[in-house]
Design a protein around this ligand. Structure first.
Ligand code: G3I
Length: 346
C-alpha cells in the first residue's frame, strides 16, 4: 500500500468529503484507511461550514473526521482557518452592513481560530492556518482580509493558532507555489513570520498540476529554496489533470458549457492506454523527486480518493471527466498507482 511503501519517507494523505467522512460507502472507507496515514477535510472545516454565523459553530463533520482518523492512527490536517473563499457572508460586515475595521477583523479572527484550534487541541495535528494569501506576482492578494487587515492578518492568524495549541504544526498553504514570483512571495511570508518569532512549521504546496507543468527541475528548485528557510515542505493537494487547460488553449472558450464544447472532453470512451502511461510516468517522475528529497518533505496528500471524486471533474468547467488520481472510478489502482509504488521498490 502507499502508506507502507512510503513509511520511512513521508506521510501519505488524502482529502475526503462529507460522504467519506460519514462512511456512506464502506469500500471507500476501506481504501482510505488501508492506503493512507493522513486525512484532510476537502471542504468541511472551511469557514462557511464550521462557523456559518457569528455565534454558531458546526463541528459535526469535523468531529467525525477526527474520530475516523484517530480510530485508524492517522495524522489529521485542519484545512483551513483563514481563506477568502468558502467564507461565511457575515465575516466582513457589521450588523448595519458596513465593512468592519481592522480591530474587529482581528477580534473575529481570534475568536474563529481560538475556538476551533482549542477544541481540537491534541486531536488535529496540523493546521493550514492561512490559505492563498498571495497573488500570482508574489504580492499579497487583495482579499478583504488584506485590504482590511494588511499583512498583519497573517501574523495574527499564526499567533492565535499557536496560542490555542502550542503543539500543533502550522502551515502556510497556496497554489502555484512553484512559480518563481509566487514562490518568492511565500518565502517572504515565511521569513517575515520567523523574523518576528512567530511559529510556522511548513509550507503547503497545493500541487494541482498537469502532465507537463511544472517541470521536475522547477519543483526541485522550489523544494530546496523552501527547505532553506527552515520549514518542512508539504505537497498538500496533489492531482494531475490529463485534460488540456482551457486557459492554455487558444481555441477553447471557457465561458461556454461542457456540453457545447466537446473539445473539453477528448476521451469520451475512457482514458486511452497511452495517456494512462503518460500519467503513470508523470507521477513516477514526481515521486522519484520526492523520494530524493524525503528528508525535506513531511507529507504528500492527494486531493481526493479516486477519479470519480476529484474536484477537477468540475473545474474549470463543470461536468468535465478528468482522471487525476491513483485510483479509477471503480476504486481500482491505475497504472499510475503501481508506478508510484515502484519508485520505492526499484
Ligand atoms: O455544499 C454545496 C451543496 O449544498 C450543493 O448541493 C452542491 C451542488 O453543487 O454544492 C456544494 O458546494 C460545493 C462544495 O465544493 C462542497 O462540495 C461547491 O459547489 C463547490 O464549488 C466546492 O468546491 C470545492 C472548492 O474547493 C471550492 O473552492 C472543492 O470541492 C474543493 O476540492 C476545493 O478545494 C480547494 C482547496 O480547499 C484549496 N485549494 C484549492 C482547492 C481547489 O479549488
Amino acid at each position: 500500500t502507499l502508506k507502507e511503501a512510503f513509511k520511512d519517507k513521508f506521510l501519505i494523505g488524502v482529502a475526503v468529503n462529507r460522504s467519506q467522512i460519514n462512511q456512506s460507502n464502506q469500500e471507500e472507507t476501506k481504501l482510505i484507511t488501508s492506503q493512507f496515514n493522513a486525512l484532510t477535510a476537502e471542504n468541511d472545516m472551511k469557514w462557511m461550514y464550521i462557523h456559518p454565523k457569528e455565534d454558531t459553530f458546526n463541528f459535526e463533520q469535523a468531529d467525525k473526521l477526527v474520530e475516523l482518523a484517530k480510530a485508524n492512527d492517522m495524522f489529521v490536517v485542519g484545512h483551513t482557518l483563514v481563506w477568502h473563499s468558502q467564507l461565511a457572508p457575515w465575516v466582513f460586515k457589521t450588523d448595519k452592513g458596513d465593512t468592519i475595521n481592522n480591530a474587529e477583523l482581528t477580534s473575529r479572527l481570534k475568536k474563529h481560530i481560538s475556538t476551533i484550534v482549542e477544541k481540537y487541541k491534541g486531536k488535529i495535528d496540523a493546521w493550514d492556518v492561512v490559505n492563498e494569501a498571495l497573488a500570482e506576482d508574489g504580492s499579497y492578494r487583495k482579499s478583504p482580509f488584506y485590504t482590511i487587515g494588511g499583512e498583519s492578518f497573517i501574523e495574527n492568524a499564526f499567533r492565535f493558532a499557536h496560542t490555542a495549541d502550542p503543539e500543533a504544526e502550522l502551515y502556510y498553504n497556496d497554489y502555484n507555489l512553484i512559480n518563481a514570483e509566487k514562490r518568492d512571495g511565500a518565502i517572504r511570508i515565511i521569513n517575515n513570520l520567523k523574523s518576528k518569532n512567530i511559529k510556522i512549521d511548513g509550507v503547503g504546496i497545493q500541487a494541482h498540476w498537469s502532465l507537463e507543468e511544472p517541470t521536475i527541475e522547477e519543483i526541485e528548485t522550489a523544494i530546496k529554496m523552501y527547505s532553506e528557510t527552515g520549514v518542512k515542505v508539504m505537497f498538500t493537494e496533489l492531482d494531475i489533470s490529463v485534460l488540456p487547460s482551457p486557459w492554455n488553449s487558444p481555441t477553447a472558450d471557457v465561458s461556454v458549457s461542457f456540453e457545447n464544447n466537446p473539445t473539453m472532453n477528448p476521451y469520451p470512451n475512457g482514458l486511452p492506454d497511452s495517456v494512462q502511461t503518460q500519467l503513470a510516468k508523470r507521477y513516477a517522475a514526481i515521486f522519484e523527486l520526492f523520494n530524493k528529497h524525503a528528508d525535506k518533505i513531511g507529507r504528500v496528500t492527494f486531493w481526493g480518493l479516486h477519479d470519480g471524486l476529484s474536484w477537477k471533474n468540475n473545474f474549470p468547467i463543470r461536468g468535465r471527466t478528468d482522471y487525476t488520481l491513483l485510483f479509477d472510478r471503480a476504486m481500482e489502482p491505475k497504472k499510475a498507482f503501481n508506478a508510484v509504488i515502484d519508485t520505492v521498490n526499484d
